[in-house]
Design a protein around this ligand. Structure first.
Ligand code: GLP
Length: 252
């Protein structure tokens, strides 16, 4: 592992040649907090990147090292509209990859309602739920190839409240690998805004692969801009980046 200091930036940046080591280090950030605080408020992400981390949490839960009985989880986002039982809904993704494999009570799962009758009302409901937490204890993040976090897409300003978003062509194309065709990818979503992400006491962002290298450079090295939403993390009080060498290839 190599710790990289980005001049003038606060983030802790760890670069790994070995993915197992990368995910064990990222998972330890969650595990250590969960052991210390059984009623942890845990922010979660979807996509392929966090799955190996979730596999480690499942393993440690089965070994009795961590217990989710008193944990509350808050997901970053959800397509909208989409049937909750749709194999590609984020709530189904989370059940398939984590929730159905750990002892997390169903009532402790918090995610925007993919079937809500009114997206804006649901965004307001979810924002209020997030505000009540005062900020999650740790937020797991991935990053889109266009620099999005959650579904906060490149924009001319950082958007703070939970909101409905129109997905960019790049995001739809990136996410179409989970669908039979690009036409089937929902065009909208409901996403945590920057307010909830910045209120998190700790953020851990994981990025792997060459296709994330430009987004990582824009997020970490270049001047912060809402054109790369992840760049707001340059102002976060406590954020770690866990990168493989491909994703870090443009920051040296
Ligand atoms: C989706 C999610 C993001 C995720 C991104 C990257 O758009 N809304 O939370 O970080 O895709 O996904 P992946 O990890 O599969 O590259």
């Amino acid at each position: 592992m190599k710790k990289v200091n980005i001049k003038g930036k606060a983030a802790n940046v760890y670069v790994y040649s070995d993915h197992n080591e990368l995910y064990r280090a990222a998972a330890d950030q969650v595990i250590s907090r969960l052991v210390a605080k059984p009623d942890l408020l845990l922010g979660l992400a979807t996509g392929s990147t966090p799955v190996p981390l979730y596999d480690i949490l499942v393993e440690k839960n089965k070994e009795g090292i961590i217990d989710f009985a008193n944990v509350n989880t808050y997901n970053l986002d959800e397509y909208y509209p989409i049937a909750r039982k749709d194999p590609n809904s984020f709530v189904q993704f989370m059940h398939d990859n984590l929730f159905d494999k750990i002892n997390l009570p169903a009532e402790n799962i918090h995610i925007p309602n993919a079937e809500a009758p009114d997206a804006d009302a649901e965004a307001i409901r979810y924002e209020r739920e997030l505000e009540k937490t005062g900020g999650v204890d740790i937020q797991v993040l991935g990053i889109g190839s266009d620099g999005h976090i959650g579904f906060n897409e490149p924009c001319d300003s950082y958007i703070y409240p939970t909101h409905q978003v129109t997905l960019t062509k790049e995001t739809i194309s990136d996410n179409s690998r989970f669908f039979d065709s690009e036409d089937e990818v929902p065009k909208h979503a409901i996403t945590m805004g920057m307010g909830a992400i910045m209120r998190a006491k700790k953020c851990i962002l994981i990025a792997t692969g060459k296709n994330k290298a430009q987004a990582v450079k824009n997020a970490l090295v270049d001047d912060a801009s809402p054109n790369c939403p992840a760049s707001i993390l340059q102002f976060h009080r406590d954020v770690d980046f866990y990168l493989d060498e491909d994703a870090a290839s443009l920051i040296f």
